[in-house]
Design a protein. Sequence first.
Length: 423
Amino acid sequence: MTRLLALADSDSYLKWAAGTAERLAPDGVGLALVASPVAPSPAQCRAALAQTRWRDARLVPAPLAVLVERVREERPDAVLVGMRGPTAAVVLAELAALPGRPVLLTGLPGVGIPAARKALFYRAQADAMIVHSLRERDDFAERARQLGWSQRFALTTLPFLERHPSAGDDIVFATQALVPESLADRRTIVALLVALARRHPHRRVVLKLRALDGEAQTHRERHPLDALLKEVERPSNLLTRHDSMLAALDTAGALLTVSSTALIEAAARGIPGIALTDFGVGDTMINTVFEGSGLLGDMEDALEGRFRMPDPAWAARNYLHDPELDDAPQMLAELVARREAGRLGAARPAQRSRFGGPLRTAWDRRAALGAHEDGPLAVLALAIGVPLRFLLQLGRRVVPEPLSRRPLSDPPFSAPPLSRPPR
């Protein structure tokens, strides 16, 4: 029996880590939250864990040092690190340094296309990275080859991808924190929902929220749609809900989004949908994955009810493959067997720059964990790093460095941007 501990930091990663861990180690799995600025509220935890064995558990975020000590004492065979990139890098580095370290797994909580350098960069020390489609595996493998980085990829179906049909009739809009980004575009979304509700008075139009006011998310939402909804006259059949996406799909007859993974979940259950193109199609909109799927459409398509199912060939390459192709359980078993035989070896090298020594490490931990990392070294790193980062950024604006000379690793005392954290 493989003993696996899953660690998460935010709402979306908690849902992913719990569902993925149960598939990989159904008889010997634990789950814990690391204390961080994006730790989910109790309500978000309930929604994320509604379909897992932890549905009634009360998870309390624990400091990273406590979780590392738990791994040291319990000695699980493997640890699944389900966290935002900067936090994943910090946690993987801690676990990689443990004597008799566990197998280290990681991954992204939804659609991973485009295969971004940062997704690999922050997770370089993992023994394997979980992917969820044949296309993801190919694209990430090619990206790693281009970068000259060694990494293994393990395929498993997205957690909570249920195949039974829905009997509902709701038109559900799946919100996202990052896209569309501008206030004007997000007001356009609200106007669309109002128009949909008025065009279809006998159907419920449901705005499926990821967080309520005051709750953290994996990515910061600058203009929450439910707040903007208060600015307009709302039809009585335009509702909001804050429970799990699974529950929302139970009553859905159509799914509308910009690029949410919920569109894949809906298609698996036979619910037609649309990925809106009105705000553009490209990597910044996180919707290039839907090119060729038949799911791209505009607001006029939505108003006219022209929801559709994905092209079968596209579906087979993109998240709706035959589950028998999943190889993550076998890869985990192989890695655990190597560990038991003493052949797992040292963890892969980190790609992050170590310039700055202990101060750099303290800065990285503070950038990832916020006020939950408050030791004297972290305070000193902030005192030195914040003005240094400002001067570096100012210098780059004045004298831009040629692209050909920019390093692949991150510069001294770099930190994720506040508006769009790395994955």
